[in-house]
Write a protein that binds this ligand. Sequence first.
Ligand SMILES: [Zn+2]
Length: 351
Amino acid sequence: MVRGKLNGRGNIMLPNETEIHELEDNESYRYLGVMEADDIKQSEMKAKIKKEYIHRLMKVLKSKLTAGNLIAAINTWAVSFYRYRAGIIQWTKAELQQLDRRTRKLMTMHKGLHPRSDVDRVYVERDQGGRGLMSVEETVNYESHSLKKYTEGSPVEFIRTAGKIINTNSEDGRQEYRNHQKTERKQNWHDKPINGQHLRQTEDQAAKETWQWMKRGCLKRETESLIIAAQDQALRTNYRKAKIEKSTNNPKCRLCKQKDETVSHIVIECSKIAQTKYKGWHDKVASAVQWSICKKHELPHTAKWYDHRAEAVLENEKVTLLWDFNVQTDKMEAGDKHHSFYARLSEFTGK
Ligand SMILES: [Zn+2]
C-alpha cells in the first residue's frame, strides 16, 4: 500500500499530487456509495435513495414497455437501488410501506395498475397469476436477512460485531422470511371474498395454463391491468355497486335484469348479448380456425389470419369446408325427433 505524506497544512498528499483534506463540519465522504462522516449519514442517504428510486421509476413508467417488461424493469433497475444498501441504511417499516404505496400510486397514474385491483396480487409472481412486482419492503428485509446471515457466519470478530446492528424487522431466517412472504401474499389474495373469486374458480388449471398470458407479459400495460381488474371484480358493475359500494340496492344486470351483474355474467352468461357480442367473439376465434384449415388444405386464404373473412362454402378436389351450417345427425334422445346439431364449423374430408 502506498502511503501519502502530510503536507504543511496537515493534509495528506498522495503520490499523484492529490491532496486529501480533513472533513469540515457538514461534509461527508462516500464509502461504497454510502455517505459517511463519523457515522453513516442516515437521513441524507435516505432522501438521496428515495429521490433516485422515484426518478428511475418515473423513467420506466414513461416508457412504452409492455406490461411484463415494465414490471421487470422496475424490479431490476429501480427496486434494486434499495437492495444494494439494505441492512446499512436503517429503514423503518412505515417508510418502506409508504414507498410501496407510492409505487402503486404512480403505476396507477401511468395506467399500469387499476386503482381498485387487488394489492396482494400485485406482488404475487407472474406464473402464479400475480403482476410480479417486487415490494421495496420485502426486498430490503430479505437483503438485510442475507447480510445478517453473512456477518454472523464470518470468522472475523469485527464483522460479527458490526453485523449486530443490522435490523431485519422479523425473527424468521432468510429463506423462511421469503417463503413466508410469498405464501402469505397468495393466500391473502385467494381468501378475499371478491378479489379472490377468479383465483378460486380457476384453481384446478391455474398452474398449467391459465397464467401463460401473464408469464409472457406481452400485452400493453393498460390491457393487462384492465383484464386483471375484471378478474378481481374491481370494475364498477351493479353487483359491486350494490354489495361493496352500497351506492344502489339493485345488483341485477342492466340488460337482462335477471341475474346479478358480475363480470363473469357479462362476459359469458347474459342472454341479451348472446346473439350479438358473444357470437361476434365466437366467430372471430372460429374464423382464425377456418384460416388455419384453409392454409392446411390449400384453400384460398389471406396472408394474415386476422385479415381472413370466413366464407360459407369453400372447396377443392379433396375438401369441402362449411361455415355456420346446420347438420342433421342421428337421434340423440328417446323419441322419433331428430336432434339437430348446430355446427358452426364443420370439416368434411374424403369427398
Ligand atoms: Zn344480463
